[in-house]
Ligand binder design. Structure first.
Ligand code: HDL
Ligand code: ZN
Length: 419
């Protein structure tokens, strides 16, 4: 930081404009999404009807229309999209984050606002690499990380077939199916030739590790990921804890890969809503403290789902340099909460965290999610730089660009590649 002696400092207004422009134009790495490139066939989701049948919007629309759950889900995607359009965009103003986001997508890609036919004509349901790159560029997303489940046969078939992965897409090996329901995974793992037992006997730990090694050879993941319920504890005598201790964490250490923990999800509180049926719960950060303390050489990417846990995560990150807080996940990915969370993280950690990921499931979601996040993050940063400048320190464009690039890109890659 240059201490100014006489050189003109930017006015607050110039400073805010500079911060806004730099945040707007800095390309990001979106380090958690559910997106796939076109080479993964039907797993690649884009187009107006997929944008509209996002489970966020499905849940919101059920509060308006009167379709029975199964009657709605029995409709084809096109008809579901029309029910959602009528519920959230015709009979109501699209005031929610996700509904307004559809209009941000329409505006950015040049569809007529408020016109479903225009949206369907403008967005591409059968996307090729060119359209994918156009949308990523429109969102300012340089690279993104997928969510890859080796036990999801719809996905595994592509990997086994030697699928070519677009160079701007990176893999994350998702462990939910293996670790959160190991008894259920044993049948599948056994059928795949891994000698595992539900009671963890025999060669189970070695075989789970071999499974991870085999898939790491295929996917080349940049991290491993696991979502857990609010009551997640570590260490304890659960099957999951033992698999973490005896297989997953040694594997991460050997491969120098971080483990991402996404904490606080309560799955299927309303099963009738299917993908939209999950909710949130209050978690403790003590298990994360224990993990970071017990494995000081290993790295943990952590996000929490409950608003009330965000401050404890930021404080825990002050205690452990091997903990990287990331994103405003799912139910806290709303303007007011991204502002609150980013502000508390910046105040407690400086620019040493990963402020956001999109969690996008449909390609065009990238556009509204990153538009909204950049707007909020820029406002928070501008306030902090104004406070810094008020001390008399001269803040330069280069310093702001360095900090913003660190937040939106380098913090992630430095952390995952630190190994
Ligand atoms: O577990 C997760 O990765 C979550 O992000 C879920 O996929 C959730 O359904 C979601 O899409 N949240 O945005
Ligand atoms: Zn996700």
């Amino acid at each position: 930081m240059t201490c100014s002696k006489g050189e003109a400092r930017m006015t607050d207004q110039q400073l805010r404009l500079t911060v806004t422009e730099i945040v707007r134009s800095t390309r990001v790495t979106d380090m958690h999404t559910h997106l796939f490139p076109p080479s993964f066939g039907s797993l690649q989701m884009s187009g107006a009807d997929h944008v509209l049948t996002y489970h966020y919007l499905i849940a919101e629309a059920f509060r308006v229309h009167t379709h029975a759950y199964d009657a709605f889900f029995d409709l084809d995607t096109k008809r579901q999209a029309e029910v959602i359009w009528d519920s959230l965009f015709v009979r109501n103003s699209p005031l929610s984050e996700a509904a307004c986001g559809v209009l941000t997508i329409a505006k950015t890609l040049g569809a007529d606002l408020g016109d479903l036919d225009s949206l369907r004509q403008t967005l591409q349901a059968q996307a090729g690499d060119e359209y994918v790159e156009r949308v990523m560029d429109a969102a300012g997303v340089e690279r993104l990380v997928m969510t890859n489940d080796p036990l999801d046969e719809r996905e595994a078939v592509h990997w086994r077939g030697g699928v070519k992965v677009h160079p701007r897409f990176h893999a994350a090996l998702r462990l939910d199916r293996v670790l959160n329901d190991f008894a259920g995974a044993v049948r599948q793992l056994t059928a795949l030739g891994y000698a595992v037992c539900a009671d963890l006997s025999g060669q189970t730990f070695d075989e789970v590790r071999r499974f991870l090694e085999d898939w790491a050879q295929v996917m080349h993941p940049v991290y491993l990921a696991l979502s857990v319920e609010p009551t997640f504890d570590f260490p304890d005598d659960s099957v999951r804890s033992q698999l973490l201790r005896e297989a997953v964490l040694p594997f991460c250490a050997a491969q120098r890969l971080p483990l991402a923990l996404m904490i606080g999800v309560r799955r299927q509180v309303n099963p009738q809503l299917r993908d939209a049926g999950d909710s949130s719960g209050l978690a403790s950060l003590v298990p994360i403290e224990r993990l970071c303390a017990m494995y000081p050489e290993q790295r943990f990417l952590v996000t929490v789902l409950a608003r009330e846990n965000q401050h404890a995560l930021a404080v825990t990150a002050r205690k452990f340099r091997n903990l990287m807080p990331f994103g405003c996940w799912w139910f806290v990915n709303t303007g007011s909460l991204v502002d609150e969370i980013t502000r508390m993280r910046l105040e407690l950690l400086g620019p040493t965290f990963i402020p956001q990921h999109s969690d996008a499931r449909v390609l065009e979601h990238l556009i509204y999610k990153w538009h909204n996040s950049r707007t909020v993050i820029a406002g928070v940063l501008a306030d902090q730089y104004e406070a810094l400048a008020s001390t008399g320190l001269r803040v330069t464009d280069d310093q702001i660009q360095r900090d913003v690039t660190r937040l939106l890109d380098n913090n992630f890659w430095d952390f995952v590649q630190r190994g």
